[in-house]
Design a protein around this ligand. Structure first.
Ligand code: C2E
Ligand code: CA
Ligand code: CA
Length: 275
């Protein structure tokens, strides 16, 4: 038994070592990928539920590693945050998205994910302004998606930056609404333009009374706060119909459109319109 325990510990250490080695390698390779600009942004459509028209796209980072294949954003974003590379990555995403959106239909918006750590960087408003100016992009076409974790950690800086960014005319959405610990507190304190209801609620909305009630209440909450609401993770027609009935402003999800490259988007956006 004792030998067994030792073998287990050795095995555990091996596994841990392997994981750490992989992460170290990924961080080194991510730094290179950012330098040679080999990351990509994919775009997922967001529709207006009244008209059925695409009104915007969320930019989602993709990394195709030269030897390991595609790495999930959850993994490389976390590593970027831990290593500090998130500043570089975030800046790249803002500039790339602002440039890409000029190839998309007139008037469509682009939503860029901003990490908690970027919201503590005082140069963020400047970076955003530069990206808008360089691409001659109207500020109304850019939206930032921020999760609440960004806001509870150090809320003075975050508040100051949010106001600066909003004064440029850029909109700000609260991402993954309902999954954090302080959703209401954050909505009460910070000047959001939009709620993005997390996809976990729409998932079983048609079978779970509780989820349905939460979706419904979130839609009413947005209305009462006079801000807009987008429901994420719509995967079938039944959910789409239900959300329309409940009065959600916008929706996003695989059923409406998967995230695709800019090239694929430009070639098929006409066929995916009107659902
Ligand atoms: P998120 O911001 O909540 O983005 C939505 C995620 O849900 C995306 O995963 C998207 O592909 C996925 N999704 C969209 N529709 C559906 C659906 O109908 N069903 C299901 N099951 N999933 C759906 P993805 O692309 O893997 O990104 C994961 C997370 O990585 C994002 O979650 C975001 O937090 C982060 N991320 C991605 N790109 C960036 C970036 O450029 N900067 C930062 N800071 N974070 C990013
Ligand atoms: Ca998002
Ligand atoms: Ca989300």
């Amino acid at each position: 038994a004792k030998m067994n325990a030792i073998t287990n510990i050795v095995h555990y250490n091996d596994k841990l070592g392997e994981k750490i080695r992989r992460q170290r390698k990924l961080v080194r390779d991510l730094e290179v990928a950012l330098k040679v600009k080999s990351l990509n942004l994919f775009y997922q459509p967001q529709i207006d539920l009244k008209s059925g028209q695409i009104i915007g796209y969320e930019a989602l980072a993709r990394w195709n590693h030269p030897t390991l294949g595609s790495i999930r954003p959850d993994e490389f974003i976390m590593l970027a945050e831990q290593s500090g590379l998130i500043h570089e990555l975030g800046k790249w995403a803002i500039f790339q998205a602002c440039s890409d959106v000029t190839h998309l239909p007139d008037g469509s918006c682009i939503a860029v994910n901003i990490s908690a750590i970027q919201l503590l960087d005082k140069s963020l408003p400047h970076i955003i302004r530069e990206a808008l100016v360089q691409n001659k992009l109207a500020a109304e076409r850019l939206e930032l998606e921020i999760t609440e974790t960004a806001l509870i950690q150090e809320n003075n800086t975050a508040m100051e930056l949010m106001h600066k960014i909003k004064s440029l005319g850029v909109k700000i959405a609260l991402d993954d609404f309902g999954t954090g610990y302080a959703s209401f507190e954050v909505l009460k304190t910070f000047p959001f333009d939009k709620i993005k209801l997390d996809r976990s609620f729409v998932d079983d909305m048609t079978s779970s009374y509780e989820s349905r009630a939460i979706v419904d209440a979130s839609i009413q909450l947005a209305k009462n706060l006079n801000i807009s609401i987008l429901v994420e993770g719509v995967e079938d027609q039944a959910q789409l119909n239900e959300l329309r009935k409940m009065g959600s402003d916008e929706a996003q999800g695989y059923y409406i459109g998967r995230p695709v490259s800019l090239a694929d988007l430009s070639s098929d956006h006409l066929t995916t319109q009107e659902k």
